[in-house]
Ligand binder design. Structure first.
Ligand code: DX5
Ligand code: ZN
Length: 210
């Protein structure tokens, strides 16, 4: 069972409700929401008010990927707005343990993400505390980039140390071919933006990922 989390970064922001329904009807498991602050990554997307609005139009869990500095400052706000899974970047915080407990104490699932240049070994000690690990397979910041092959090599390292119920997610450049590589290497959740939203048949795109 692979959890498919379409990234609405590739949706039409003027028609978010419509585009969320499209992937819901096509078999999406979660909705991936990319939050960028223009500091941690060189792009700015959406924030708390949009997450709050999205929450009202979907029953699917909101998988919120924070690409922001000082994620601890905004944890409460995003969970109160409706984030079911809150993923922060390892590189953006000095106290991951505290942040993980804060997220969990509010009843959300805690995720930690690593950028392409961060080693899998750096986060192994946090695995028992986490619900999800997100291995970025592009430099975070933009949709539509090409998959960086060697990032997938982190997956078996994480998988070999992970508890059975850890969700191992990949994000960036995922299509039917790279999805297969990631699955074979141990991922059980796939984020995909442009592959899904740019396809003519969203149902077929999501089925091919599964
Ligand atoms: C990139 C974001 C991704 C992005 C993926 O920083 O975290 O979620 O939307 O887009 P694709 O699937 O087009 O690479
Ligand atoms: Zn993302």
């Amino acid at each position: 069972m692979t959890i498919i989390s379409p990234s609405i970064l590739s949706a039409d922001f003027a028609n978010l409700e419509r585009d969320i329904k499209l992937v819901e009807d096509a078999g999406a498991d979660w909705i991936h929401v990319d939050v960028m602050d223009g500091h941690f990554v060189p792009n700015i997307t959406i924030g708390v008010p949009v997450v709050k609005s999205i929450k009202k139009v979907t029953k699917l869990p909101l998988d919120v990927h924070l690409m922001i500095e000082n994620p601890e400052k905004y944890t409460e706000a995003f969970i109160n707005a409706g984030a079911d899974i809150l993923t922060f970047h390892y590189e953006a915080t000095s106290n991951p343990e505290a942040l993980i407990s804060k997220i969990k104490s509010m009843g959300a699932k805690a995720g930690m993400s690593i950028k392409p240049k961060t080693k899998a070994e750096d986060i192994l000690k946090f695995l028992p505390l986490l619900d999800l690990v997100l291995v970025m397979t592009v430099e975070p910041g933009f949709g539509g980039q090409s998959f960086i092959d060697n990032c997938a090599e982190k997956l078996p390292i994480i998988k070999s140390k992970a508890q059975d119920d850890l969700i191992i997610q990949v994000d960036g450049g995922i299509n039917d071919k790279t999805a297969k590589i990631c699955r074979d290497f141990g991922a059980n959740s796939l984020v995909a933006g442009s592959y899904i939203y740019k396809s003519k048949d969203l149902n077929e795109a999501i089925t091919s990922l599964k």
